[in-house]
Design a protein around this ligand. Structure first.
Ligand code: G6P
Length: 609
């Protein structure tokens, strides 16, 4: 949700900033811009509507030379996508600002500034920051002190990168509610919303804390103060994944690459967390054994695809660990008045660890008397990880495609580890058969991915469709929801998912020969019930597409196409059945010619409410 990159270097920064923006494009891609301070001490800027490539075209026509600069790729909140609303925003010739987040009190600030004579050239909330800084600089403040002064008056969330023509070779950053990291180069320093943006120049990062202010100066000099104004030293982390993780390799799209990475990342998330036919509870941290013993119920909070993983976990934790579970989307939870029974464990699930609603839910939950908090997350050093009592990293590596795939399946594996750990810590069954099945999961997933060309053929039936219905039962209802979400996100086909048993309570009215109905049919105790539901669709002339266990005996007939999946332990079937649904959406989107990795109106990391 908007990407920031900034640099103070010993060389021209334009290419560093442009490459950074390309790598941050998953965060927003409706417009982009860059400001560089040239050797005459002038702030020079290009902005372009559309993707970062459009900004690249502008820069190819007229370069922006200079050793310090800030840049931005936008996901519009205030003001439509346009060149005028694109960042950086300037105040006169003196100040340039890039911002990720939302300044909630900007209207009031804007009125005050207008009364003092400032004129506005955009509809954004961000422009107030540029004018506020300008005001302070005119009163004699340094850029750093001016930023410290003004952030106290900003309501809402921000990550900022600011520069001034009065202070060459200085960039100031601030973080409150939106992510910002400092990249440490050799005699150079950088800022970015995500380390990925800077892997071409460094693998050393400082994750700023909430309220931190940082000043980058020439020769890599750094100064950080915390929210109380105290100078602080933050630890430097080495980025674990190689730069290759951020490239497409031989694949046509990131999403395709990430789908096919699933067998290897599933192995990664299991590594060192199982021993023989048992789970290692301490994978969740040294306090896990005691905390899980005390756990009488679990609340799981997440957004989007992560929420669907949480829904699967409810079935697992109740069935295999015998603890009651509540699952809720973070944007609802954070504004409810939840009743928290004694012994409740609070779990957040998030690929990015920076989703604004999930983070706010965690902070709220910490005031409610939970026995402990656990974050299951893919990004080490993210806010969610830093602020939770326990963490389990999903080790999926960077996920660039906006539609989440490998992050989802690794979350599911992590949630199964949680289920097994809670059961074990409470002295209940260790579920050796599930642990054994986890050890072969990766190869069963390979077999499912080998169905790719069959699924590609099947996808042709969807290219002209406007609607689709997904059905599942039990732990596969969330998998149907996830299948529908993938299809709508990247192919723009309207898709809904229902628990198959609910079909006759409404959605059956939509079924006719034009309505594709997709179902997953693993070999579980709900199979016969599901088969009856599928007959209800057939009887109304619906077109059925069934992903079925090879042993269940659902055979292709008129209006039923069947893709057979390898047999898998019933407990792990939701993981396996996710894969063909991902491939189906992917191929439908490719056929429709949509932008698979960057679907319209969406962003990967939602750091605003
Ligand atoms: C956005 C992304 C989704 C993701 C959701 C939650 O909507 O496009 O793919 O599932 O945010 O993100 P999180 O990082 O918290 O899992």
């Amino acid at each position: 949700m908007c990407g920031i990159v900034a640099a103070v270097a010993q060389r021209n920064v334009q290419e560093i900033l442009l490459e950074g923006l390309k790598r941050l494009e998953y965060r927003g891609y409706d417009s982009a811009g860059m400001t560089v301070l040239n050797d005459k001490g002038e702030l020079t800027r290009h902005r372009a509507l559309g993707k970062v490539a459009a900004l690249g075209d502008e820069l190819a026509k007229a370069a922006l030379p200079g050793f310090s600069g800030i840049a931005h790729t936008r996901w519009a909140t205030h003001g439509k996508p346009s060149e005028a609303n694109a960042h950086p925003h300037h105040s006169g010739q003196q100040v340039a600002v890039v911002h990720n987040g939302i300044i909630e009190n900007y209207e009031y600030i804007k009125e005050t500034l207008q009364t003092s004579g400032y004129t506005f050239s955009s509809e954004t909330d961000t422009e107030v920051i540029a004018h506020l800084l300008s005001d302070k600089l005119q009163s004699g403040f340094s850029l750093f002190d001016a930023t410290q002064e003004i952030v106290n008056g900003l309501g809402g969330a921000y990550a900022l990168g600011v520069m001034s023509s009065k202070e060459p070779g200085v960039v100031v950053g601030a973080r409150q509610g939106s992510p910002l990291v400092v990249g440490i180069g050799i005699d150079e320093a950088f800022l970015a919303s995500d380390p990925l943006a800077l892997l071409q120049v460094t693998d050393r990062f400082i994750y700023l804390e909430e309220g931190d202010l940082v000043e980058l100066r020439e020769k890599g000099a750094l100064r950080i103060i915390d929210r109380d104004g105290n100078p602080v030293t933050r630890p430097v982390h080495i980025f674990e994944h190689g730069d290759g993780a951020a490239s497409k390799g031989d694949y046509r799209h990131y999403m395709q690459k990430e789908i096919f990475e699933q067998p290897s990342v599933i192995q990664a998330v299991l590594e060192g967390r199982l021993s023989g036919s048992s789970v290692l509870v301490e994978s969740f941290g040294p306090d896990a054994q005691v905390l899980f013993q005390k756990t009488r119920q679990v609340h799981i909070i997440a957004c989007g695809t992560s929420y669907h993983a949480a829904m699967v976990a409810r079935y697992w934790l109740e069935r295999y660990a015998c603890v009651p579970v509540q699952v809720e989307v973070a944007s609802e939870y954070r504004y409810r008045h939840p009743v928290v029974p004694e012994g409740s464990l609070f779990v957040t699930l998030s690929q990015s660890g920076e989703t604004a609603d999930t983070l706010a839910a965690l902070r709220f939950a910490k005031t409610l008397g939970y026995v402990g908090t656990l974050a299951i997350c893919n990004v080490p050093g993210s806010s969610l990880v830093r602020e939770s009592d326990m963490t389990l990293m999903t080790r999926a590596g960077p996920e660039i495609g906006v539609a989440s795939t490998k992050a989802f399946t690794t979350q599911l594996v992590a949630l199964m580890l949680l289920t097994l750990s809670v059961s074990k810590a409470k002295g209940q069954e260790e579920h050796a058969s599930i642990v054994e099945a986890l050890q072969t999961l990766s190869s069963v997933c390979e077999q499912a991915l080998a169905l790719d060309s069959q699924i590609e053929q099947l996808s042709q039936a969807f290219a002209e469709k406007h609607h689709a219905l997904f059905l599942g039962r039990g732990a596969h209802y969330p998998i149907a929801l996830e299948g529908a979400l993938k299809l709508k996100e990247i192919s723009y086909i309207h898709a809904e998912a229902y628990p198959a048993g609910e079909l006759k309570h409404g959605p059956l009215a939509l079924v006719d020969s034009e309505m594709p109905v997709i179902s997953v049919a693993p070999n579980d105790d709900l199979l016969e019930k599901l088969k009856s539901n599928l007959q209800e669709v057939r009887a109304r002339g619906g077109q059925l597409f069934v992903f079925a266990d090879k042993n269940v005996g659902i055979k292709p007939e008129d209006n039923i196409q069947v893709i057979e999946l390898p047999h898998i332990h019933e407990a792990l079937a939701p993981l396996l059945y996710t894969l063909p649904l991902q491939l189906l959406s992917y191929h439908v989107a490719v056929l429709k010619g949509t932008d698979v990795d960057q679907p319209r109106n969406l962003a990967k990391s939602v750091t605003v409410e």
